[in-house]
Design a protein around this ligand. Sequence first.
Ligand code: RB5
Length: 149
Amino acid sequence: MTVVIGSDHAGYQMKEGIKTLLEQEGHRVIDVGTEGASSVDYPDFGFKAAQLVSKGDAERGILICGTGVGMSVVANKVKGIRASLVHDLYTAIQSRKHLDANILVLGARVTGTGLAEEIVKAWFNTPFEGGRHGERVEKIKKWELEHLK
Ligand code: RB5
């Protein structure tokens, strides 16, 4: 799967580790930055990654900042994005099963590296259940078509 990954300075180290994990798991990774620990603005990287998913240039995305809140606000502004801010395995699994989340957001100052890696694995290995959950996601898509440019 083609996966875009992005972070700000707070998420940089975690991004590098997760990028390696994704490549080991056979994914093609597009890294939109940031490229170091110098302070940057999370919207610059969040919008870039979310737009690649929105346009279909990447099937899924991973975004990381300090809390995950900033990146999830940014990603969910972009049409077609269902970004889930995840700090635990249960939410990781449910966000795929029930929401068909296409961007996973992590908070590097909240979640430890080991748990973050388990979250990533679970998130990629859990399929969307569809059914009544599909009908709910369709309502989100319909609202976007009617209200967003
Ligand atoms: C950066 O200091 C921090 O504000 C950012 O990484 C993130 O936590 C925002 O939600």
